[in-house]
Design a binder for this molecule. Structure first.
Ligand code: GSH
Length: 206
C-alpha cells in the first residue's frame, strides 16, 4: 500500500508517539490537528475515525485505526525498515515488546490517574487514597525504569527502539501531570537524550 498515512493529532498528546515514530523512520505523513473540544476532541465528524473521540488515530488507505501502540506496531510491520526494533530472532525481541507495551499498559494509566487526581477533577471528587496509591505505584515503575536504564543509554542494550518512543512519551505526560518530582536523575538524563533527537525536535513543533 503506497498511501500516505494521515495522523489525527493534538499537540502534546499520545499522537506524538506516532509522529515521532514516522519521523524516526523517515516516512511521509499528513497531520490533521483536531479541534480541542473537551470531552469530544475533533467534534462529531471525528467520531467516524475514532469512536471514542480520542487521539491518536490514523487513516492509511482504507485502514482506519486507533490505539497508539497498535498503530506503532502496524507502521513498523508494514512500512518499517527494521531499524526501530531488535532482530525478531534475537533475545531482545521479547523484552522490546514488553517495554513497548509497558509504556501504555502500565506506566501511562498511573500517570493519568495522578493527572486527574491533581488537576482535572474538582477538589470534592479527588481521593487522597487514590492519589497515594498512584504515587506509590509510580515510584515503583520509575524505579524499575531506572534499573533498566542503569545498564545502558536506552531501554535496550542494542540501542534506541520504538520502546523508547512508547516510554519516552510518558515522561512528557509525567511533566504535564506535574508528577516529575518522582523522576530520578538517571531518568532525567534519559529524557534529555530523547528530547535531543532530531525526530523529537521536529514533531514537538507540530
Ligand atoms: N490507549 C490509548 C489512549 C488514548 C487517549 O486516552 N488519548 C488521550 C490524549 S493523550 C485522549 O484522547 N483523551 C481524551 C479523552 O479521553 O476524552 C492510546 O494509546 O491511543
Amino acid at each position: 500500500m503506497n498511501d500516505v498515512i494521515t495522523v489525527y493529532h493534538l499537540p502534546r498528546s499520545r499522537s506524538m508517539r506516532v509522529l515521532w515514530l514516522l519521523e524516526e523512520l523517515g516516512l511521509p505523513y499528513d497531520v490533521k490537528t483536531l479541534e480541542f473540544i473537551p470531552g469530544k476532541f475533533g467534534g462529531s465528524d471525528y467520531t467516524n475515525i475514532h469512536p471514542l473521540n480520542k487521539v491518536p488515530a490514523i487513516k492509511h488507505g482504507e485502514t482506519v485505526m486507533f490505539e497508539s501502540i497498535a498503530i506503532m506496531q502496524y507502521i513498523i510491520d508494514l512500512l518499517g525498515n527494521e531499524s526501530l526494533h531488535p532482530s525478531k530472532k534475537g533475545v531482545e525481541y521479547g523484552p522490546y515488546l514488553q517495554w513497548l507495551h509497558f509504556g501504555e499498559s502500565t506506566l501511562a494509566p498511573v500517570i493519568a490517574t495522578l493527572m486527574y487526581q491533581r488537576h482535572f477533577f474538582p477538589e470534592e471528587k479527588r481521593s487522597k487514597d487514590v492519589e497515594t496509591w498512584a504515587e506509590t505505584e509510580l515510584k515503583k515503575l520509575f524505579s524499575l525504569l531506572e534499573t533498566q536504564l542503569g545498564k545502558h543509554e536506552y531501554i535496550l542494550k542494542s540501542g534506541f527502539s520504538a520502546a523508547d518512543i512508547s516510554v519516552g512519551y510518558c515522561l512528557l505526560l509525567a511533566r504535564l501531570a506535574k508528577t516529575h518530582e518522582q523522576i530520578t536523575d538517571r531518568i532525567e538524563d534519559y529524557w534529555k537524550i530523547l528530547t535531543e533527537r532530531d525526530a523529537w525536535l521536529k514533531i514537538s513543533e507540530i
